[in-house]
Design a protein around this ligand. Structure first.
Ligand code: UD1
Length: 359
């Protein structure tokens, strides 16, 4: 039996294809939800939409500081490891839940399988970058999404157990795109007409939300864009704005809505003209969907999307978000140019299952 440990929104998207690939295998999966994300629209909706079975246990760690979250996962997963003695622990991505689960397993010599290994942005001031490095260095199987990730690991001296299987999120994206195209999500409820150009924006990272003033300035800039902007707002960003008494009711051009489920997000993505985001996952999804992306960060974990001309970085402190968006909607728009399969062909989860003899 193996453990699969999830807990935050991006994990569900990565775990779904592995759960599918293991459905017909002899391997038993015990699924642990850490409880890092707990709102219905940050967690439950992903289970329903992606058809993932409910978790076998929820550790209920909730929100807190980095140490509070990581230590709660360490303690919770350790207890289950000692009780159930799994043969491996699968962890996804780079969150505090991922770190806690990987560390807990490594201390008991239980093999750690890290999905999305080797990804780096080079900025040690990002909590996720610290998590990525530690997780990779205690993992036994490093399932990389790309050649670049394999090379990143080699540079750090990690070569054993490294597999370039491709990106797990690609299958989930393709499935969601297919389902979402036949769903009747309403652009109407966002005040958009069918065929109308709009920008899809998200912003939630610690660096982006550290200052209410910066966040507010970004919203001001988006509001003056000249295109309608749809912004499904992460609860972290909402709470920063509310605490600073910055109004969320904006003019007609900036439509701030609660977080949406995966299918609706992919539906919106497929209709958007440009994406503006500080999310790692959405940068890749925009690339796969052929929608240009403006990334509000100084560095990215997905530089291949920049090299291909579909993504551009904009410093959070600069006032050139609108310029970057306009570049993508004008003559320089990359529409029609190549999007090489830098994150592999569909079937990453199945390739890993085969490689590990779990089929
Ligand atoms: C976490 C990950 C980040 C990932 C993101 C996806 C870490 C260090 N960061 O960031 O890499 O991109 O998940 O969303 O693990 N909150 C709610 N309801 C929820 C969840 C969170 O209201 O269901 C609010 C709480 O105020 C909480 C804040 O959001 O304090 C931040 O949540 P947290 O899980 O700590 O980090 P994320 O910003 O979601």
């Amino acid at each position: 039996m193996i453990f699969s440990v999830v807990g935050a929104r991006p994990h569900f998207v990565k775990a779904s294809p592995l759960m599918n690939a293991l459905k017909n295998s002899a391997m038993d999966v015990f699924s642990i939800h850490t409880g890092q994300h707990y709102d219905a629209n940050m967690s439950d909706i992903f289970y329903q939409e992606l058809g993932i079975s409910s978790p076998d246990v929820n550790l209920g760690i909730g929100s807190g500081t980095h140490a509070e979250q990581t230590s709660a996962v360490l303690t919770g997963v350790e207890r289950l490891l000692l009780e159930m003695k799994p043969s491996a622990v699968v962890v996804y991505g780079d969150t505090n839940s991922t770190l806690g689960a990987a560390l807990a397993a490594a201390k008991y010599y239980v093999p750690v399988v890290h999905i999305e290994a080797g990804v780096r942005c080079g900025n040690r001031r990002m909590p996720e970058e610290i998590n990525r490095r530690v997780i990779d260095h205690v993992s036994d199987v490093l399932a990389c999404p790309s050649e670049l990730a394999v090379n990143n690991l080699a540079r750090e001296g990690v070569v054993e157990g490294v597999l370039n299987v491709g990106d797990f999120m690609y299958d989930t994206f393709l499935m969601a795109k297919e389902i979402a195209s036949s769903y009747s999500f309403s652009l109407d409820r966002l005040g958009l007409c069918s065929g109308e150009d709009f920008v899809l924006a998200t912003i939630h990272r610690e660096e982006s939300t550290a200052s209410a003033a910066t966040l507010s300035r970004i919203l001001d800039e988006l509001e003056e864009m000249g295109f309608p902007v749809v912004l499904p707002l992460h609860p972290r960003s909402r709470s920063v704005l509310e605490t600073a008494n910055i109004p969320l009711e904006r003019s007609d051009s900036l439509r701030i809505v609660p977080p949406v489920g995966y299918l609706e997000m992919m539906f919106l993505l497929s209709h958007a003209k440009v994406v503006v985001t500080d999310s790692g996952g959405l940068q890749k999804e925009a690339y796969w969907a052929g929608v240009p992306c403006v990334t509000l960060m100084n560095e990215t974990t997905w530089p291949e999307t920049i090299d291909a001309g579909w993504n551009v970085l904009v410093d959070l402190q600069s006032d050139s978000i609108c310029d970057a968006i306009r570049d993508f909607t004008g003559d320089a728009a990359p529409v029609g140019t190549d999007r090489p399969e830098v994150y592999g062909a569909p079937g990453a989860a199945q390739r890993l299952v085969n490689a590990l003899g779990w089929a």
